[in-house]
Design a binder for this molecule. Structure first.
Ligand SMILES: [Zn+2]
Length: 321
């Protein structure tokens, strides 16, 4: 019996060490990321960095890291951009690699507002969907490609936490997207995914905001198109957006940005749906800018939407959801 206590301690210590090895949560969030020096940027094989290769000072003040992992049959490559002087800022995300203006806007936002930006690199050619074969987010069955912004779910803990583990306490998640012109069935060949207008009314020649939408008040000409909108989510079960969310939306519209309160019942696997259903305490804003040939024009709309959100919805260090 004399030797039992030390043996138990040894066994417990061994078990604890083993458990630490097994548990990714015991590691710090930074362990999984590999720092990339400027001399090695080309090894990332990222079209967005290649496109901006000749832009002077494009990544000044920004440190770059990458993370690669496989989950549910898909190989992911994430690239992280951190404001070295001000890492404590929003978590920016660009899940769609084919939305070039959103990437450029994210780098500008990291510089302007601080924080950390994460882009999905879907490989050469900057595809929208990741190739592979497996379960993608909330979709039933297996698929040969996965939309990154449908892959946030409890069934994809590696992918989901790869983003959210990089958020600084109290900071919002801000997603940047571009949106194709119009909408299918608009009678003008449109095929965008999101619009601020009520589609049925639009087909009748009437312009009014969709359910949960607020048309921009006196928008600048470049913000006046119906494909450029900011949005936040609210739970369908709540019946209507909570008071601070409603104020936030009105403030954004008052700043000249079309705004949509996205009503969420069942998750579609997007970050907005995932957060409002699983971590509603994390503030989230989504900026959709109309895709245009002129990337700088499209990215300037992202900047305007981000400013409207940060000015109208953030008080102190406590953003409204
Ligand atoms: Zn997108």
């Amino acid at each position: 019996m004399l030797y039992e206590p030390p043996m138990r301690i040894i066994l417990l210590t061994l078990f604890a060490s083993f458990a630490t090895l097994l548990s990714s949560s015991a590691r710090t969030a930074d362990d999984d990321w590999v720092a990339i020096t400027p001399a090695s940027y080309s090894q990332l094989a990222d079209d967005d960095l290649r496109r901006n290769n000749d832009v002077a000072g494009f990544l000044d003040g920004i440190s770059v890291a990458e993370r690669r992992f496989s989950e549910n049959g898909f190989d992911w490559h994430l690239i992280r951009f951190t404001n070295v002087a001000k890492p404590d800022g929003p978590l920016w995300m660009v899940p769609h690699d084919d939305e070039n203006a959103a990437f450029d806007a994210m780098i500008a936002a990291v510089k302007d507002h601080g924080g950390v930006g994460i882009a999905v690199n879907s490989g050469p050619g900057s595809l929208r969907r990741q190739a592979g074969y497996g379960v993608c987010g909330v979709r039933p069955g297996k698929a040969s490609s996965c939309d990154p912004n449908r892959n946030f779910d409890e069934r994809t803990p590696l992918f989901t936490s790869a983003f959210l583990s990089q958020r600084a306490e109290g900071q919002p998640v801000i997603a940047l997207h571009t949106n194709t012109h119009g909408f299918s069935g608009d009678g003008k060949g449109g095929r965008g995914e999101i619009t601020i207008v009520d589609r049925d009314a639009y087909r009748r020649g009437e312009i009014k905001a969709r359910a949960g939408g607020i048309l921009a008040v006196d928008p600048q000409p470049h913000m006046a198109n119906y494909d450029t909108i900011g949005l936040t989510a609210y739970l369908a079960g709540a019946g209507k957006p909570p008071e601070d969310t409603a104020k936030c939306g009105q403030a954004i519209a008052n700043a000249g940005v079309h705004f949509w309160h996205e009503r969420v019942g069942q998750s579609d696997g997007s970050m907005s749906n995932y957060l409002i259903l699983n971590q509603p305490e994390i503030p989230y804003f989504n900026a959709e800018s109309r895709a245009d040939i002129d990337l700088a024009l499209s990215a300037s709309r992202h900047a305007a939407m981000v400013n409207a959100y940060l000015d109208g919805c953030v008080s102190g260090n406590k953003p409204a959801p």
